[in-house]
Design a protein around this ligand. Structure first.
Ligand code: RP5
Length: 162
Protein backbone atom coordinates (compact mmCIF):
# COMPACT_ATOMS: atom_id res chain seq x y z
CA UNK A 1 0.00 0.00 0.00
CA UNK A 2 1.25 3.54 -0.73
CA UNK A 3 2.12 6.05 2.02
CA UNK A 4 -0.75 6.30 4.49
CA UNK A 5 -3.33 9.06 4.13
CA UNK A 6 -4.99 8.07 7.39
CA UNK A 7 -2.96 7.38 10.53
CA UNK A 8 -4.86 5.33 13.10
CA UNK A 9 -3.45 5.51 16.63
CA UNK A 10 -4.82 3.58 19.60
CA UNK A 11 -3.85 3.81 23.23
CA UNK A 12 -3.57 0.07 23.78
CA UNK A 13 -3.59 -3.24 21.93
CA UNK A 14 -6.82 -3.85 23.86
CA UNK A 15 -8.49 -1.21 21.66
CA UNK A 16 -7.90 -3.25 18.50
CA UNK A 17 -11.05 -5.36 18.75
CA UNK A 18 -13.03 -2.12 18.35
CA UNK A 19 -10.68 -0.29 16.00
CA UNK A 20 -10.45 -3.13 13.52
CA UNK A 21 -13.88 -1.95 12.38
CA UNK A 22 -12.34 1.41 11.43
CA UNK A 23 -9.54 -0.31 9.58
CA UNK A 24 -11.92 -2.68 7.80
CA UNK A 25 -13.88 0.36 6.60
CA UNK A 26 -10.72 2.12 5.38
CA UNK A 27 -9.78 -1.09 3.53
CA UNK A 28 -13.23 -1.33 1.91
CA UNK A 29 -12.83 2.23 0.64
CA UNK A 30 -9.25 1.51 -0.51
CA UNK A 31 -7.76 4.29 1.59
CA UNK A 32 -4.05 3.90 2.35
CA UNK A 33 -3.63 3.81 6.12
CA UNK A 34 -1.44 2.59 8.94
CA UNK A 35 -2.08 1.62 12.54
CA UNK A 36 0.05 2.19 15.65
CA UNK A 37 -0.39 1.47 19.34
CA UNK A 38 0.88 4.56 21.16
CA UNK A 39 -0.30 6.07 24.41
CA UNK A 40 -0.56 9.66 25.61
CA UNK A 41 0.31 8.40 29.10
CA UNK A 42 2.59 5.41 28.62
CA UNK A 43 4.62 6.52 25.57
CA UNK A 44 4.26 10.33 25.29
CA UNK A 45 7.61 10.95 23.57
CA UNK A 46 7.08 8.20 20.98
CA UNK A 47 3.57 9.53 20.32
CA UNK A 48 4.89 13.02 19.67
CA UNK A 49 7.53 11.84 17.25
CA UNK A 50 5.04 9.54 15.46
CA UNK A 51 2.63 12.40 14.80
CA UNK A 52 5.28 14.51 13.10
CA UNK A 53 6.67 11.50 11.24
CA UNK A 54 3.24 10.43 9.90
CA UNK A 55 2.53 14.02 8.86
CA UNK A 56 5.85 14.31 7.03
CA UNK A 57 5.08 11.05 5.16
CA UNK A 58 1.82 12.51 3.85
CA UNK A 59 -0.89 11.58 6.36
CA UNK A 60 -3.94 13.82 5.93
CA UNK A 61 -6.15 12.70 8.82
CA UNK A 62 -5.50 11.15 12.23
CA UNK A 63 -7.92 8.79 13.93
CA UNK A 64 -7.13 8.46 17.63
CA UNK A 65 -8.85 5.90 19.87
CA UNK A 66 -8.51 5.63 23.62
CA UNK A 67 -10.44 4.63 26.69
CA UNK A 68 -10.79 5.81 30.28
CA UNK A 69 -8.89 9.05 30.93
CA UNK A 70 -8.68 9.31 27.17
CA UNK A 71 -6.21 12.08 26.33
CA UNK A 72 -4.80 10.53 23.18
CA UNK A 73 -6.85 12.39 20.57
CA UNK A 74 -6.34 15.72 22.34
CA UNK A 75 -2.59 15.22 22.57
CA UNK A 76 -2.39 14.24 18.89
CA UNK A 77 -4.44 17.33 18.00
CA UNK A 78 -2.08 19.50 20.03
CA UNK A 79 0.82 18.34 17.82
CA UNK A 80 -0.71 18.80 14.35
CA UNK A 81 -2.93 21.06 12.26
CA UNK A 82 -4.41 18.03 10.46
CA UNK A 83 -7.96 16.96 11.34
CA UNK A 84 -8.06 14.59 14.32
CA UNK A 85 -11.03 12.25 14.78
CA UNK A 86 -11.41 10.82 18.27
CA UNK A 87 -13.02 7.47 19.02
CA UNK A 88 -13.94 6.82 22.67
CA UNK A 89 -13.46 3.20 23.70
CA UNK A 90 -15.89 1.20 25.82
CA UNK A 91 -14.77 0.79 29.45
CA UNK A 92 -16.08 -0.64 32.72
CA UNK A 93 -17.90 2.70 33.10
CA UNK A 94 -19.61 2.18 29.76
CA UNK A 95 -17.26 4.45 27.82
CA UNK A 96 -18.83 7.67 29.06
CA UNK A 97 -15.51 8.45 30.76
CA UNK A 98 -13.73 8.03 27.41
CA UNK A 99 -16.37 10.06 25.57
CA UNK A 100 -16.17 13.02 27.92
CA UNK A 101 -12.35 12.94 28.04
CA UNK A 102 -12.22 12.97 24.24
CA UNK A 103 -15.04 15.36 23.40
CA UNK A 104 -14.61 18.03 26.06
CA UNK A 105 -11.61 19.77 24.54
CA UNK A 106 -11.05 23.33 25.68
CA UNK A 107 -11.42 25.92 22.91
CA UNK A 108 -8.38 26.14 20.68
CA UNK A 109 -7.48 22.50 19.99
CA UNK A 110 -10.33 20.68 18.22
CA UNK A 111 -11.00 16.95 18.21
CA UNK A 112 -13.90 15.74 16.07
CA UNK A 113 -15.37 13.12 18.39
CA UNK A 114 -17.41 10.13 17.22
CA UNK A 115 -19.64 7.69 19.10
CA UNK A 116 -18.38 5.23 21.72
CA UNK A 117 -17.11 1.91 20.38
CA UNK A 118 -17.77 0.19 17.06
CA UNK A 119 -20.13 2.84 15.63
CA UNK A 120 -17.55 5.53 16.32
CA UNK A 121 -14.77 3.43 14.80
CA UNK A 122 -16.70 2.88 11.56
CA UNK A 123 -17.84 6.49 11.40
CA UNK A 124 -14.34 7.85 12.02
CA UNK A 125 -13.20 5.96 8.94
CA UNK A 126 -16.19 7.23 6.94
CA UNK A 127 -15.60 10.80 8.07
CA UNK A 128 -11.91 10.51 7.17
CA UNK A 129 -13.07 9.27 3.76
CA UNK A 130 -15.43 12.23 3.38
CA UNK A 131 -12.59 14.66 4.19
CA UNK A 132 -10.23 13.00 1.70
CA UNK A 133 -12.94 12.73 -0.96
CA UNK A 134 -13.09 16.52 -1.30
CA UNK A 135 -9.86 16.23 -3.30
CA UNK A 136 -10.32 12.75 -4.74
CA UNK A 137 -13.21 12.11 -7.14
CA UNK A 138 -12.54 8.35 -7.30
CA UNK A 139 -12.78 8.07 -3.54
CA UNK A 140 -15.97 10.12 -3.63
CA UNK A 141 -17.42 7.57 -6.06
CA UNK A 142 -16.41 4.69 -3.76
CA UNK A 143 -18.00 6.47 -0.82
CA UNK A 144 -21.21 6.98 -2.82
CA UNK A 145 -21.22 3.28 -3.71
CA UNK A 146 -20.72 2.36 -0.03
CA UNK A 147 -23.84 4.38 0.90
CA UNK A 148 -25.86 2.79 -1.91
CA UNK A 149 -24.86 -0.74 -0.89
CA UNK A 150 -25.66 0.05 2.74
CA UNK A 151 -29.13 1.29 1.77
CA UNK A 152 -29.71 -1.74 -0.44
CA UNK A 153 -28.72 -4.11 2.39
CA UNK A 154 -31.43 -2.53 4.58
CA UNK A 155 -34.02 -2.76 1.79
CA UNK A 156 -33.10 -6.41 1.18
CA UNK A 157 -33.72 -7.39 4.82
CA UNK A 158 -36.27 -10.18 5.00
CA UNK A 159 -39.23 -9.96 7.38
CA UNK A 160 -37.53 -10.57 10.78
CA UNK A 161 -40.71 -12.12 12.22
CA UNK A 162 -41.03 -14.72 9.46
C1 RP5 B 1 -6.26 3.57 27.34
O1 RP5 B 1 -6.48 2.76 28.43
C2 RP5 B 1 -6.33 2.64 26.15
O2 RP5 B 1 -6.73 3.37 25.03
C3 RP5 B 1 -7.33 1.60 26.57
O3 RP5 B 1 -8.62 1.87 26.03
C4 RP5 B 1 -7.35 1.72 28.08
C5 RP5 B 1 -6.95 0.46 28.78
O4 RP5 B 1 -5.68 0.05 28.32
P1 RP5 B 1 -5.07 -1.35 28.77
O5 RP5 B 1 -4.92 -1.28 30.25
O6 RP5 B 1 -6.04 -2.41 28.32
O7 RP5 B 1 -3.75 -1.45 28.05
O8 RP5 B 1 -5.04 4.21 27.38
Amino acid sequence: MSEPLVAVVMGSRSDWETMEHAVETLRKLEIPHEVRVLSAHRTPAALESYVSDAESRGAQVFIAAAGGAAHLAGVVASKTLLPVLGVPMGTPLGGLDSLLSTVQMPAGIPVGTLAIGRAGAVNAALLAAAILARADKELEARLRRYRKEQAQAVLDEPDPSA
